[in-house]
Design a protein around this ligand. Structure first.
Ligand SMILES: CC(C)(COP(=O)(O)OP(=O)(O)OC[C@H]1O[C@@H](n2cnc3c(N)ncnc32)[C@H](O)[C@@H]1OP(=O)(O)O)[C@@H](O)C(=O)NCCC(=O)NCCS
Length: 175
């Protein structure tokens, strides 16, 4: 049975390992191994997760199957720093669904929906008006998933992976 719960600092290394496997799945075909590796080392390392797990503005949720983490989401409660996002997302306060990743082998079976349900529950508890996220414009599977979950495209932004600037859609779900 898969459960979703808040991660803690002891999960940093395992979350980083899941992130390293799943992040490349969200990147467009033109991404280079070097750029992906640089992003993973910089943003998805165990040290990075240790920081996220102790940051009061961030929440990391883990999906657990038995004793293994098979997916995670990262929520960030903050005013959007990117001006493109700040302009596209018109309601406040908002929470960013900053990361949403499930291991291959567990797609299409409700794990992602359970992570999203827990994310939305936290957002509602925080009293935010909407959840927003960025998704690569070529990541059709994730866009389809977010669409099923009630998100709509409200704008575009860029996202730096290593040396490459990727094109994202900004999606928003009002609560
Ligand atoms: C994005 C993610 C969390 C969604 O979870 P999931 O379990 O795959 O989601 P679901 O199966 O419920 O929904 C995906 C939908 O996309 C569809 N899909 C799959 N591949 C597709 C493709 N290449 N193009 C269009 N749609 C596609 C599926 O058929 C499904 O739609 P359906 O339910 O109408 O059949 C998961 O796929 C994942 O972790 N992907 C890798 C990392 C990633 O991209 N994260 C998001 C970063 S923004």
């Amino acid at each position: 049975m898969v459960t979703v719960e808040r991660a803690d600092t002891q999960d940093a290394a395992e979350l980083s390992a899941v992130a390293a496997v799943t992040f490349p799945l969200a990147c467009p075909p033109g991404s280079t191994a070097e750029d992906i590796a640089a992003f993973v080392a910089d943003v998805l390392s165990p040290e990075s997760f240790s920081r996220y797990l102790t940051d009061p503005t961030r929440t990391v949720l883990k999906a657990v199957d038995g004793d293994r983490i098979i997916g995670y989401s990262l929520l960030h409660a903050a005013e959007p720093a990117d001006p493109d996002v700040a302009a596209a997302v018109t309601v406040r306060p908002v929470l960013e669904l900053s990361k949403m990743y499930v291991l291959p082998g567990h797609h299409g079976n409700g794990v992602s929906a359970a992570l999203m349900a827990a994310t939305v529950e936290i957002a509602r508890g925080d009293g935010v008006a909407a959840v927003w996220l960025g998704v690569n414009q070529e990541n059709l599977r994730a866009q389809r998933f977010y669409g099923k979950q009630g998100f709509e495209v409200v704008g575009v932004k860029t996202f730096l992976v290593g040396t490459q600037l990727h094109s994202d859609f900004v999606m928003q779900r009002d609560l």
